[in-house]
Design a protein around this ligand. Sequence first.
Ligand SMILES: Nc1ncnc2c1ncn2[C@@H]1O[C@H](COP(=O)(O)OP(=O)(O)O)[C@@H](O)[C@H]1O
Ligand SMILES: [Mg+2]
Length: 161
Amino acid sequence: MAPEYTSDGPEATEALGRGLAHLLGPGDIVVLRGELGAGKTTLVRAAARALGVVGPVTSPTFTIANAYDGRVPVAHLDAWRLTDPDDEEMGLALEAVPDDAVAFIEWPDAVLHGLPAPRVRIDIAHGGGDTRVVRLDGADPGMDASLEALCDDLRARHRNA
Ligand SMILES: Nc1ncnc2c1ncn2[C@@H]1O[C@H](COP(=O)(O)OP(=O)(O)O)[C@@H](O)[C@H]1O
Ligand SMILES: [Mg+2]
């Protein structure tokens, strides 16, 4: 079962991103779905920080791919602008992503077929106001268990805050 986490504001989504970062390693791909303003970039920015990226982490909506040097290479892609899976721009953007990067991809549907299977799939839905319902789906039972433990930990910390 894919764990679900209810975020009540940007800080909670950032905490989730930080926790997620600790479960990822070189070559892992994370795909993020959800409407504009759901919080995909907010989550990725926090994860990138936790992976050691210093400096601004901005939305790659117009650049398609941003690459960073953290403790591991970090790539942040946004394929929102692309509709054709064989889009040449996307091909070029993917070439800029090192194989050993932790890669976060927003709006992945146009590009998924050319990529290794994602390690984590994230779906963020608006729940009214600042509430966001975040579904996390791991590629295997081990990852699902880690994601579940992460969500439990965040909920416990939230209660005690
Ligand atoms: N619970 C929440 N989680 C994430 N972002 C939130 C939340 N509540 C409000 N926001 C706001 O929603 C916006 C999310 O923007 P962004 O992360 O760029 O979304 P996306 O990349 O999905 O389009 C930000 O302005 C953020 O401050
Ligand atoms: Mg975004």
